[in-house]
Ligand binder design. Structure first.
Ligand SMILES: NC(=O)c1ccc[n+]([C@@H]2O[C@H](COP(=O)([O-])OP(=O)(O)OC[C@H]3O[C@@H](n4cnc5c(N)ncnc54)[C@H](OP(=O)(O)O)[C@@H]3O)[C@@H](O)[C@H]2O)c1
Length: 339
């Protein structure tokens, strides 16, 4: 089942990346295909001139992505965390911590024990790593939910293509799952087992959980440098996205019309047209680094985010150049000094 889930997730990410990459190739023969992919990806201001308004939903439905993401990520995080706590408590503490640091440093000679023991201790470390990555995801989707509710002033006539809407819903199911896919099947088994026991045997006969905050949090603090470098990159992008979203949300204040578009200034808007997309790429790059870079599924997730947002940023940049004669000429689309 594990290979099945991992394989499915990878196939889905590749299926999402390929059309965008092909549509981005600079061949005139691909013009029609580029137009089609762009129609699906359009939203808000760049959708104003679209002839396909029938197949659209309001752009404020973006909040649905984050409502679902918060519920799903919280569920995965809690299950993984409790599962990690239970499995870690099965191993004597000194062996567990030495195996964590050795595993994260890429060491293969982790335990001078039987090979089977070595595999299971490696796996326990990967479960704690999943908890760490899901914590980062939780921090991201919680902020995004609050922003869609309290920061952005969505234009009532702003729309997005229904295909983009469904892709967004899929993204926020698959992205948190990709961060814990190596342990997801056994974790689901653990979760359903606990629930079944609770239903069949009742609360009183279930194994009592002796809850110790120290053991619940301490393995996370003992993770390696990769995780802390990744978290630093993540929060660097996170803070800039917060600032750029605050700028976007404030553009329609002070008596400006709810449907009016203006040139944003400040923070990374001084160098690129879509700094909030750039920040999102940095946030996911932080997750790749925090994962240790060895999980191909997380790389595919990152590649999808890059392809999707670079594609959208290119169109947004063209829209700004068409709309405003006085648009700052030094601004690029998304990657400072490059693109
Ligand atoms: N992980 C992923 O694959 C993924 C995919 C998509 C989005 N996202 C993230 O979600 C966030 C929001 O994305 P989005 O595409 O919805 O952003 P967006 O199109 O830039 O819109 C964000 C908000 O700002 C307003 N706005 C944008 N430009 C404006 C301007 N020049 N003047 C006035 N108001 C303006 C929009 O108004 P309207 O209501 O009129 O549009 C909307 O309310 C981004 O940070 C992005 O990174 C992530």
């Amino acid at each position: 089942m594990e290979i099945g889930l991992v394989g499915l997730l990878r196939a889905a990410w590749i299926a999402g990346i390929l059309p965008i990459v092909i549509a981005s190739l600079p061949y005139s023969r691909l013009g029609l295909f580029h137009g089609l992919v762009l129609e699906f990806a359009k939203r808000g201001k760049i959708m104003q001139s679209s002839p396909y308004h029938k197949f659209t939903v309001p752009q404020r439905f973006f909040s649905h992505f984050y409502m679902m993401a918060v519920v799903w990520t919280t569920l995965l995080l809690l299950t993984t965390w409790i599962y990690a706590y239970r499995t870690a408590s099965l191993v004597p503490e000194p062996y567990f911590y030495s195996s964590i640091s050795s595993y994260l440093a890429g060491g293969s000679n982790i335990f001078p024990f039987h090979k089977l023991h070595l595999i299971s201790s490696e796996h326990r470390c990967s479960i704690w790593l999943s908890v760490f990555l899901l914590l980062l995801m939780e921090v991201q989707v919680l902020r995004r939910l609050l922003e869609t509710m309290y920061v952005f002033n969505y234009n009532p006539s702003a729309r997005m293509h229904i295909f983009g809407y469904l892709t967004g819903l899929y993204f926020y199911v698959a992205a948190p799952l990709s961060l814990c896919c190596t342990c997801a099947p056994e974790m689901f088994k653990f979760g359903t087992n606990e629930i079944t026991q609770f239903i069949v045997k009742g609360k009183d006969t279930m194994q009592a959980i002796e809850f110790d905050w120290y053991d619940f949090v301490n393995p996370l603090l003992k993770l390696g440098w990769c995780q802390w470098v990744g978290a630093t990159i993540f929060f660097w992008g996170w803070i800039h996205q917060l600032r750029c979203h605050a700028i976007l949300g404030s553009l329609r204040e002070h008596g400006r019309g709810i449907d009016e578009y203006v040139i944003p200034y400040g923070d990374w808007f001084e160098i690129v047209s879509s700094p909030h997309y750039l920040a999102e790429i940095i946030i996911y790059a932080g997750m790749v680094v925090a994962s240790g870079g060895a999980d191909l599924t997380i790389w595919f997730l990152f590649a999808f985010v890059v392809a999707n947002l670079v594609f959208a940023a290119a169109e947004t940049h063209r829209w700004y150049l068409r709309k405003f004669d006085n648009y700052p000429s030094n601004r690029l689309a998304i990657i400072p000094f490059i693109y």
